[in-house]
Design a protein around this ligand. Structure first.
Ligand SMILES: Nc1ncnc2c1ncn2[C@@H]1O[C@H](COP(=O)(O)OP(=O)(O)OP(=O)(O)O)[C@@H](O)[C@H]1O
Ligand SMILES: [Mg+2]
Length: 233
C-alpha cells in the first residue's frame, strides 16, 4: 500500500521559494488505481517524483508498505526504487542506442543477477504487441510503440507501485486506448498500486479513483462540499 501524509514540496527558484505541493495526503491499497488530473504546472509530475522516491518532499511522509524511502541511505533508496517502483515518464526516456529488448532489460542490470529477466522481457514485449520489434531501436518505433516499450520496462521488475506520467499524451485516440488497455491489464494481473497522470477524461474514467490537483493541492473527492438544498418553488 502507498500512503502519503501531509506532503509539501518547495523548490528554490531565482525569484524565491516555489511551493508546488501543499499538504497532500492520500492512501492507495494493493490493486487500487487513481488518475491525477490538473492544469499544466499544478504539481502532477512533482507528486509522482516525490511518491516514487525520486525527489524528497520538503515535509511529510511517504510509505510504500512499511517502508519510508526517504529514511534510507542513498544506495538502499536506489535499490528500493529499482525493485519496487516502475516509472513511465512523460517523454518515455528510452535509451536511443539500445534495442527494444535491451531497453526493457535495463532495470534488471543492477543488483543480483536475474537470469529469468530476458525471458520475462520477451513475454512482456509479446504481451504489449512488440514481439516482432525486439531488435528495433527507439528511433525506428512509432510513438505508441515507444510508449508500450516504456510500460514493459516499468513492469519488468514486477513493481509494487507503478507511476505513469501522461502515458498516452502523444498518442491518437486508438493507440491511447490500446496503451490504456494494456496498462490496466498488467495492473490487474500484478495487483500493483497504479497512479496515472493524464489530461484525458476518457482515460481517467477507467481508474478506480479520479483526483484533481490545482496549485499543489490535491482533492480526492471526499472533501467536495455538498451543494446546498434548494427548495423547489
Ligand atoms: N526543479 C525545479 N525547480 C524549480 N521549479 C520547478 C522544478 N521542477 C518543477 N518546478 C515548477 O513546479 C511547478 C510544477 O511542476 P510539475 O512538473 O510538477 O507540473 P505538472 O503538473 O506536471 O505540469 P505539466 O502538465 O505541464 O507536465 C511548475 O510551475 C514548475 O515550473
Ligand atoms: Mg508533468
Amino acid at each position: 500500500m502507498l500512503d502519503a501524509q501531509h506532503l509539501t514540496k518547495t523548490y528554490e527558484s531565482p525569484s524565491g521559494p516555489l511551493t508546488v505541493l501543499n499538504d497532500v495526503s492520500f492512501s492507495l491499497g494493493r490493486g487500487d488505481s487513481a488518475a491525477i488530473m490538473g492544469p499544466s504546472g499544478s504539481g502532477k509530475s512533482s507528486l509522482l517524483y516525490v511518491v516514487g522516491g525520486l525527489e524528497p518532499p520538503t515535509s511529510g511522509v511517504v510509505r510504500l508498505g512499511v517502508q519510508n524511502p526517504y529514511a534510507m541511505t542513498p544506495a538502499a533508496l536506489a535499490a528500493f526504487r529499482n525493485a519496487k517502483v516502475g516509472f513511465v515518464f512523460q517523454d518515455h526516456c528510452l535509451l536511443p542506442q539500445c534495442t527494444v529488448l535491451e531497453n526493457v532489460l535495463v532495470p534488471t542490470l543492477v543488483g543480483e543477477v536475474d537470469a529469468a529477466a530476458p525471458e520475462r522481457a520477451r513475454t512482456l514485449l509479446e504481451h504489449v504487441g512488440l514481439g516482432s520489434r525486439l531488435d528495433h531501436r527507439p528511433a525506428a518505433l512509432s510513438g505508441g510503440e515507444k510508449q508500450r516499450v516504456a510500460i514493459a520496462r516499468a513492469m519488468i521488475r514486477q513493481p509494487h507501485l507503478l507511476l505513469c506520467d501522461e502515458p498516452t499524451g502523444n498518442l491518437d485516440a486508438d493507440s491511447a486506448d490500446r496503451v490504456a488497455e494494456l496498462l490496466l491489464a498488467l495492473h490487474h494481473e500484478q495487483q500493483t498500486v497504479l497512479l496515472v497522470v493524464t489530461h484525458s477524461d476518457a482515460l481517467a474514467k477507467r481508474f478506480h479513483k479520479r483526483w484533481h490537483i490545482v496549485r499543489g493541492r490535491l482533492s480526492t473527492g471526499h472533501a467536495s462540499p455538498t451543494p446546498p438544498d434548494i427548495e423547489p418553488h
